[in-house]
Ligand binder design. Structure first.
Ligand code: PNS
Length: 180
């Protein structure tokens, strides 16, 4: 009888894991900003598990290492129990396939983001069937980007309203070290 009950429990558990709604929020996150964190927080409320994946964008050079970027995301999302941080070098759809992820979540700031993001969403859908869901960035963050934050920090501008304190501190010391 006990064995039978155990079997039911494990079957239920298996079923719930199999039906987990899992999404990935991919990006360079160099570094993570309040704009990213807003999307991560809102997306995490809509999926069972949200993986924030630090990916290599071949068109950009980076200020922080992948490990540093992951650590900053880990610390600033520690209050979200269903958020996991990972990294990947390769095609995003391959990452989705090997991690049983059905959806990609992207934030859209303005129409200027749209052309490129739509193209990527269509390529990803056609090549793998993975859906992309766009979330509107909160209006307070619509101008915000990691590149802008890095530019401001480089010239000694105040970015404390754009990034969490630990990111601000990391930016200041990287700039002092001569990082670009
Ligand atoms: O924050 P970013 O730089 O706008 O993020 C872009 C990123 C890294 C998510 C995108 O370049 C990406 O998905 N790179 C992985 C390679 C890939 O799958 N490219 C899309 C197919 S053409």
């Amino acid at each position: 009888m006990a064995l039978l009950r155990l079997k039911w429990i494990s079957t239920d558990l298996l079923a719930s894991v199999c039906h987990m709604k899992r999404a990935v929020c991919p990006g360079s996150f160099d570094p993570v900003t309040f704009g990213h964190l807003d999307i991560i927080e809102r997306a995490s409320a809509r999926f069972d598990e949200l993986v924030v994946a630090v990916l290599v964008n071949r068109t950009k050079s980076s200020l922080f290492t992948v490990e540093e970027r992951m650590e900053m995301i880990r610390k600033t999302t520690a209050h979200l129990p269903n958020v996991r941080v990972d990294s990947w070098s390769g095609l995003l759809v391959d990452y989705c396939k090997s991690n049983e992820i059905q959806s990609i979540v992207k934030g859209l700031r303005a129409v200027t983001d749209f052309d490129y993001e739509l193209q990527m969403a269509q390529v990803n859908l056609q090549s793998s069937g993975v859906e992309t869901m766009f979330m509107a960035t909160a209006p307070t963050h619509s101008f915000l980007s990691s590149s802008l934050v890095k530019e401001l920090a480089h010239y000694g501008g105040n970015v404390s309203s754009m990034v969490p304190e630990i990111v601000n501190t990391a930016l200041k010391s990287r700039v002092q070290e001569g990082g670009k």
